[in-house]
Design a protein around this ligand. Structure first.
Ligand code: URA
Length: 210
């Protein structure tokens, strides 16, 4: 697995405002969108393209266009939805699928409660959106779901990650082509499974606690 941790002052600046408990939901949503667009730039570094010939007003030249079948963006509900706009801003021709994961409070195992994805993902580049990589439970289950549909090329984009989560995903995806793009790698998880220093509950901060 390749892990890319963003190293850019603009990303760190926006993350600092995002972490601040005083930041309101509207500002949090706006900043999440902006951050994802910046992270998407890195995450799409290896997006597949085909050569094409075009006419400029001056001459004929060679360029590229994004290959078919189109890449697919998969936000994990609910908090991953807050990352969708920022991603499709950069990759407007991508298809969008959805995965809803919930943790069973007795077994602690994540289960899928909703999905809208093609049956066959074997020739698709998949971009999974999940803001907080904490234990790695839901992201790991989502990536496994994509593997089970044949996905061979998966990139996950997270605003923040904990070392425990990165290690868990690494173990789970062994032997597969997976890239993890993080806005920052934080210190650790606390006893409640929150990322430290983190930013709190991303879903609540995006959408309120309803
Ligand atoms: N999910 C969140 O929203 N925040 C955390 O810190 C961990 C998991």
């Amino acid at each position: 697995m390749r892990v890319h941790v963003a190293d850019h002052p603009l990303i760190t600046h926006k993350l600092t405002v995002l972490r601040d408990r005083q930041t309101s939901s509207p500002v949090f949503r706006q900043l999440t969108e902006e951050l994802v667009t910046l992270l998407a730039y890195e995450a799409t570094r290896n997006v597949r393209v085909d050569p094409i010939e075009i006419q400029t007003p001056v001459t004929t030249t060679q360029g590229v266009k994004i290959s078919e079948p189109r890449p697919i963006v998969v936000p994990i509900l609910r908090a991953g939805l807050g990352m969708l706009e920022g991603m499709v801003k950069l990759l407007p021709t991508a298809e969008v699928g959805f995965l809803g994961m919930v943790r069973d409070e007795e077994t602690f195992q994540p289960t899928t409660y909703a999905e809208r994805l093609p049956d066959d993902l074997s020739d698709r580049q998949c971009f999974v959106l999940d803001p907080m990589l904490a234990t790695g439970g839901s992201l790991g289950a989502a990536i496994t779901f994509l593997f089970n549909r044949g996905a061979q090329d998966v990139t996950a984009i997270c605003l923040l990650g904990a070392p425990e989560g990165v290690a868990a995903i690494e173990k789970q995806v062994e032997g597969h082509d997976v890239t993890l793009v993080l806005g920052a790698l934080d210190e650790r998880l606390n006893e409640k499974g929150y990322i430290v220093p983190g930013l709190g509950d991303a879903g609540d901060r995006l959408y309120g606690t309803a």
